[in-house]
Design a protein around this ligand. Sequence first.
Ligand SMILES: O=C(O)CCC(=O)C(=O)O
Ligand SMILES: [Fe+2]
Length: 365
Amino acid sequence: MEMEVPTPSSGESGWSRMASSLPVRNVQDLAASGEELTAETLARYIRMDIQNGDVLVERSGEVPVVDLGRLFDPQFAEQEAAHLRFACEDWGFFQLVNHGIPEEIITNVRNDIRKFFQLPLEVKNAYAQLPGNIQGYGQSFVMSESQTLDWSDMLGILTQPPQARDMRYWPSHQPHTFRKSIEDYSSELMKVSHSIVTFIAKTLNIDPKLMEDKYVSQFLRMNYYPPCKAMADKVLGFSPHSDGSFFTLLLEVNSVQGLQIKRHNAWIPVKPNPKALLVNVGDYLEIMSNGKYKSIEHRVTINTNQERMTVSAFHVPSLGGVISPVTGITEEKMFYKTMGVEEYAKLYMSNKLDGKRALDHAKLL
Ligand SMILES: O=C(O)CCC(=O)C(=O)O
Ligand SMILES: [Fe+2]
């Protein structure tokens, strides 16, 4: 398959040229087309590996909850920091409540994402191949070839740093408040990220300054997972992966379940919490914490009747930097190499991982 590399952006962040894309059939359109969805028409999406590992529905209530308000409150800070440490070390995932983002901003971004995905395909396709900060619509960031088999569409936008937001090419008309909703939400996420980083640094006993350049760029990835009446249990919305970010903040736009996280070789479905942002440790944080904090594999399953919509915000380091384990976090031994951020990103996005995760290539033997 031919790979298409989008035009480099004139913006600050070279990240916009890292994410390549593969043109694939729009899945929302396929699901809605009325075309009969049979083993034949769905052949491309049918997966043999979905049953690998038990699905432990009864454990979905165990995903840790971290309260940002309490982290700021001297009376509860210590206790809450212990929850945060446990969440990053033992789960790699947590529901962040009391995150402080004004409800109106969340509501607006939810509504506009819904509206966006309801637009006719031709209109959405105006976002497909734009230069500047829009990464594309309907296509995957190429992490692996298998991901082009995912039963989902996405709209990807590079939103931070602000000077990288090259909005000249933003289709202005549809939905007309979309751009503002995204910008407001993106800026609020930066504040939340700043708080998270400060507290994570504390739990690792390191200077937060060491992390300052580790989450300066932000991608928003709006995900649309159509229902699949015929064979919901044979397709995946998102192949198993860990995130090539420092950390990721996920907003579940419509609270339809789908995300599952790998834990002790089983899959735990995450129960949507409309009041929370789901935070997960990414690969760069795992490396930097010398493996103390874990970047956990996760995947998205598909429903028979309901569509799922989410927006992931990937916070990533500046491409020009390096990533290396900070000394003193764990015992003296280093488990990860020092790597260029760009070098790691290329590895992560390459199709040449031979079935291993990019992280395995960053480990010292
Ligand atoms: O949509 C979801 O639930 C998860 C998305 C995800 O894992 C990602 O964007 O990396
Ligand atoms: Fe992910």
